[in-house]
Design a protein around this ligand. Structure first.
Ligand SMILES: Cc1cc2nc3c(=O)[nH]c(=O)nc-3n(C[C@H](O)[C@H](O)[C@H](O)COP(=O)(O)OP(=O)(O)OC[C@H]3O[C@@H](n4cnc5c(N)ncnc54)[C@H](O)[C@@H]3O)c2cc1C
Length: 447
């Protein structure tokens, strides 16, 4: 087809719920393919205080294709190295060049960046254009309507659409329609986080690197962000509490000094950083349980709504960007006429990859928090093999994955048409090509 989905001769109505990373990337990717979408966002504007993301090559190659990379690069820091350290001393257990020698770009074909999440949203939002985003529109329910899916908003409005995409994060309303409630799981771990000036960290070695400090029942991850690396984003993860007091809330207030107490006795650079925790908050780390489907009727979910993961591979946003590109490409190629099959294919293509990363990220938590000396020694050896073990995450080409799959589907159909035997179309429900699992839990940059 010519890139425009047909829908009984009229323009398709595609409603995206959420102007986060997934919703905005999808809107841009669709527009690049000549397809309009309307985005509904609960917040009054694009802004998130105090959070950053690490963007890896599997996402930055897509941002480049979407024309967003120059804006992202201008707001980012490219880390010099990825360094793993022990909690008691500053011994480099393993270190790999990233910006240094262009090692990461040359290996994976796209850059690695640390960026303020609000800056990323701004770049995506301004690329798409504010006129396509309806702010202050909080979806309260999703249901079948007379002429498509109906979205009801808390302000009393409602709209209908031929396709509803839930890019509305971990506590997705669209997911309630697709997969019911009781999907979110508390991981039993929590974090203290913040963004602080690099100048306030005089004892920190290699401040422009992305670094993991690994210790008993806890770890600290940090990396520089912003155009000049002047700020450092940190994320300090601890075991517990065993139960999260209020499942409706992301954060709970903490007593002054609680974050510091959790890292007492660690290297002075760690204590210096965690002691500047700015919010007085503990963030619960939540995931979604694996879903067997990501669509129901004319509603589909992507990103955290579909597969929220622990941040220890730094892949929540990156896999969300992959999802958005794959969905846009499928819609562009297939249109909305056989939507059930198209959305089924989307789910099949994305589930295997995101589930393996989700599982690996959970296992990584344990590897970072070891207490037994023998286990630690073995873990430290494995960490030294990181680029080999986890290259499959970063080298993935989402657009190519769907293009190849569609090509195989086309070839299979052609063979069937020509009377060929035993050719199962991948587009007609066969399993998608397996990704190579990272069998060893060790952390990739992120958080
Ligand atoms: C502490 C932490 C650190 C992280 N670090 C990294 C990292 O380094 N690298 C990485 O790749 N990922 C990281 N992630 C994960 C990443 O932030 C998420 O995976 C990513 O933002 C998911 O994108 P999304 O579009 O699915 O959801 P979001 O970006 O959360 O966007 C959801 C949007 O939907 C809107 N919304 C929600 N409900 C409604 C509603 N009912 N009606 C209308 N709008 C609604 C929200 O306001 C929001 O704008 C981290 C996550 C956490 C918690």
């Amino acid at each position: 087809m010519d890139g425009r989905p047909t829908n009984g001769g009229r323009e398709p109505r595609i409603a995206i719920v959420g102007a986060g990373i997934g919703g905005l990337t999808l809107a841009i990717a669709l527009r690049r393919r000549g397809i309009d979408a309307t985005v509904y966002e609960q917040a009054p504007k694009l802004a998130e205080i105090g959070a950053a993301v690490a963007l890896s090559a599997n996402a930055t190659r897509e941002l480049e294709r979407l024309g967003c990379l120059p804006g992202v690069e201008a707001a980012s820091t490219e880390p010099t190295e990825l360094i793993y350290r022990g909690w008691l001393d500053r011994e480099r257990i393993a270190a790999f060049p990233v910006r240094n020698g262009r090692a990461y770009r040359d290996r994976f074909g796209a850059p690695y960046f640390g960026i303020h999440r609000a800056d990323l949203q701004m770049v995506l939002g301004s690329t798409f254009g504010a006129d396509g985003i309806h702010f202050g529109k909080r979806v309260s329910s999703v249901a079948d309507g007379a002429n498509g899916m109906r979205l009801d908003f808390e302000d009393g409005d409602s709209v209908e659409a031929d396709l509803v995409v839930g890019a509305d994060g971990v506590r997705s309303r669209v997911r309630e329609h697709v997969a019911g409630r009781d999907v979110v799981r508390y991981s039993g771990t929590s974090a203290f986080r913040g963004i602080i000036p690099a100048s306030s960290l005089p004892t920190l070695p290699d401040p422009q690197a992305i670094q993991f400090w690994m210790g008993p029942d806890a770890h600290l991850l940090h990396y520089a962000i912003g155009p000049d690396g002047k700020d450092v984003n940190f994320f300090a993860v601890v075991e517990g509490p065993a139960e999260w007091p209020d499942p409706q809330r992301w954060t709970i207030p903490v007593e002054k000094g609680e974050s510091l107490a959790a890292f007492a006795g660690w290297d002075p650079a760690v204590v210096e950083m965690v002691g500047q925790e700015p919010f007085g908050l503990r963030w619960g780390l939540f995931t979604t349980r694996p879903l067997t489907r990501s669509h129901r009727g004319r509603a589909v979910i992507l990103g955290d709504a579909a597969h929220a993961m622990l941040p220890h591979h730094g892949q929540g946003a990156n896999t969300t960007i992959e999802d958005a590109v794959v969905l846009a490409e499928l819609i562009s190629r297939r249109g909305l006429t056989d939507l059930d099959r198209t959305l089924e294919r989307f789910g099949a293509l994305r589930r295997s990859r995101t589930r393996i990363i989700q599982r690996s990220a959970a296992a990584t938590n344990d590897a970072l928090h070891l207490t037994d000396d023998d286990d630690i020694a073995a873990r430290n050896v494995r960490v030294g093999r990181f680029p080999v073990e986890f290259g499959w995450i970063h080298e993935f080409d989402a657009l190519k994955s769907v293009q190849d799959d569609e090509e195989r589907a086309g070839q299979a159909l052609a063979r069937q048409g020509a009377g060929g035997r035993g050719a199962t179309s991948s587009g007609a429900g066969s399993r998608c090509a397996p990704v190579r699992p990272g069998s060893v839990p060790a952390a990739a940059p992120g958080g």
